[in-house]
Design a protein. Structure first.
Length: 102
């Protein structure tokens, strides 16, 4: 298993890479800023021993990865770009065309 950054639709995302049956499976994760309180939508805790074991394996694999150290660099660069002011240029004066008398 590995934690990676991937770009999907011009957006940088966190992902979990894991091998399964000879292929590489990618599961996208949420950035810390995208997390919100579940409210009444919270799922029930793991019921089976297998689910608990899988959760423990996942936590053990991710130990040492500081989530606060990971940042969405694409969003940060986009924010900086959008806040830049364009260079000021002198606008050409508009002149009314002179009528032609024939």
């Amino acid at each position: 298993m590995a934690v990676a950054k991937i770009a999907i639709r011009s957006r940088e995302r966190l992902a979990l890479l894991s091998p399964r049956d000879g292929i590489l499976v990618v599961q996208t994760l949420l950035w810390e800023a995208e997390l919100r309180e579940p409210g009444d939508l919270a799922s029930s805790p793991p019921d089976t021993d297998r689910e608990l074991a899988l959760a423990e394996v996942l936590i053990a694999e991710l130990t040492g990865v500081g989530v606060s150290d990971l940042h969405d660099e694409y969003a940060h660069a986009l924010e900086q770009w959008s806040q830049r002011k364009p260079p000021t240029r002198a606008r050409p004066r508009w002149r009314r065309p002179r009528p032609r008398w024939t």
